[in-house]
Design a protein around this ligand. Structure first.
Ligand code: ZN
Length: 206
């Protein structure tokens, strides 16, 4: 589902807000239905103690990034999560079934927030910029770890992690109202080597 919004935003010179959505892949087959909103809010609190989340927030603070008072909020939405400049991260609680999913969404969106802060002239309307951040977010968040892929029903084959990162990055970039399917594909191929190997602020993919 196309969830990128172009509209009257603030915080962007062009007055356009692009919301970067997480994958809209269906939840795992083992899904037991969404947790309650209260449990989700509690889950977000717990996620803030996750070592990778703590590390990313520390690195953002160190880099002088603005960490909003409400950087992360619980929401009801059509995908797993999202990030928009000047608005921060949302976790779509109506799609969360497990603590692990909340951790994963937050790590993924924090990579976008990190990129938004440290990349000079980050432009979410630029398909290559968006593609780069999606490649990094899907790679560094562990979205494509073997166990999670099995839950989605994808079999392990050689090179699968990279195929998974590509597949999920494509789903997100083609939902960007500024990127057609073809433009999204081209952008991902064009920036793949640089962005897949750019694991900042980690030494290597966690
Ligand atoms: Zn993303």
């Amino acid at each position: 589902m196309a969830e990128g919004h172009a509209g009257a935003g603030d915080g962007d010179a062009a007055g356009v807000r692009v919301e970067v959505e997480s994958s809209s892949e269906p939840p795992p087959a083992s899904s037991r239905g969404a947790m309650s909103h209260e449990d989700c809010v509690e889950g977000i609190r717990s996620a803030l103690k996750h070592p990778t989340v703590r590390f990313l927030r520390q690195q953002m603070e160190k880099a002088g990034c603005q960490v909003w008072p409400r950087l992360i909020r619980a929401a009801t939405c059509s995908t797993a999560g999202g990030y928009a400049s000047a608005e921060g991260i949302k976790v779509c609680c109506n799609h969360m079934t497990l603590q692990d999913e909340i951790n994963q969404v937050i790590i993924h969106e924090l990579v976008h927030a990190y990129d938004d802060c440290v990349t000079k002239n980050m432009d979410w309307k630029n398909c290559a910029h968006h593609a780069c951040s999606e490649i990094r977010a899907n790679h560094l968040s562990g979205d494509c770890h073997y166990k999670r892929e099995l839950l989605r029903g994808f079999m392990k084959i050689r090179g699968h992690e990279q195929d998974c990162v590509k597949r999920r990055a494509l789903m997100s970039v083609r939902n960007n109202p500024y990127c057609s399917e073809a433009a999204a594909k081209d952008a991902i191929e064009a920036v793949w080597n640089i962005c897949y190997n750019d694991t900042r602020p980690f030494d290597r993919a966690p």
